[in-house]
Design a protein around this ligand. Structure first.
Ligand code: ADP
Length: 271
């Protein structure tokens, strides 16, 4: 058995005959592997020099150096642009890790209700003067069996998007509930909405329905691609529904096999 050889074997019936089709897609698989390694390597290479540059800018942009005050707008621009590149590099690395077959997929017990509360608090800070009404509707105390970092990435990406694409004073509702066969995490916003023709393509890398808004918000265009891959690794599905001018719903549906009762705490064991 050679792991480098990837075959697709199918049997079909054609004009009363059985046809065995063997397709060799080893080369295609190899090219995809080379592409993924390339992205991971480039991202690693960029990360170190970038963090050095950011460090220098932060030192120069220090309030204790009044003689450099005149340069403040320039430092501000440099900082913004390097932060943007850092986010892009981080997202590319996250995506290439999620795509890689070799990357670790450590599973643990994830306290979803507490995780959502934490992300909702971060969203209030992110919303800032836009003053969104951020509501938490936690109707289940269930946890998930999954990867903490990846699930945090999924939920925080969806909630940050709701903040970015919802005008001032809008409402963002974060829901966690259970149905007969699933656990569901849902983000509902009263934001800009998305035109029908974009919806199926939003999880493609760098696909943006509203380019101007995405750039203005500092978006990398990779958030939903990350969400899609991380959900796939949890056997979960993403459903997007939206109405232009009314708002959008992003729903993640997890299979019941991944849903678990929260572990007992020591207080509960001794009444
Ligand atoms: P970005 O960094 O551009 O936000 P994402 O992959 O997270 O990248 O999202 C892709 C695109 O989907 C966005 O550019 C935006 O056009 C659209 N989008 C995502 N979330 C929402 C939302 N809650 N409301 C409206 N549009 C959204």
């Amino acid at each position: 058995y050679d792991p480098k050889i990837k075959l697709d074997i199918r049997m079909i019936n054609y004009a009363d005959k059985h046809l065995l089709i063997i397709q060799d897609f080893s080369k295609l698989h190899h090219m995809e592997q080379v592409r993924q390694d390339f992205v991971a390597n480039v991202s690693h290479e960029l990360r170190t020099p970038l963090s050095v540059i950011v460090g220098y800018i932060e030192t120069l942009d220090d309030d204790d150096q009044p003689e450099l005050e005149a340069y403040a707008p320039i430092f501000h621009q440099m900082k913004q642009q390097s932060d943007r590149m850092t986010r892009l590099v981080e997202d590319l690395l996250t995506l290439s890790n999620l795509e890689s077959e070799q990357s670790s997929n450590h599973q643990n017990e994830v306290p979803v209700p507490d995780m959502l509360k934490g992300i909702a608090d971060d969203a209030i800070i992110l919303s800032g003067s836009r003053n969104h009404d951020i509501k938490l509707a936690i109707d289940s105390d269930q946890w998930l069996l999954g990867n903490t970092r990846e699930l945090h990435g999924v939920f925080s990406n969806l909630i940050a998007n709701a903040v970015h694409y919802t005008p001032e004073e809008g409402t963002i509702t974060i829901r966690w509930y259970q149905t007969a066969n699933n656990a569901v995490m849902e983000v509902v916003d009263t934001g800009l909405g998305i035109e029908e023709q974009h919806i199926d393509r939003l999880t493609e890398r760098f696909y943006r329905a509203d380019k101007g808004r995405s750039r203005a918000e500092g978006g990398t265009g990779l958030g939903l691609a990350i969400v899609k891959h991380a959900l796939q690794r949890h056997d979960a599905a993403l459903k997007i529904t939206s109405r232009v001018g009314k708002g959008s719903t992003f729903r993640c549906t997890f299979p019941i096999e991944r849903v678990m009762d929260p572990p007992f705490t020591s207080d509960e064991e001794t009444p």
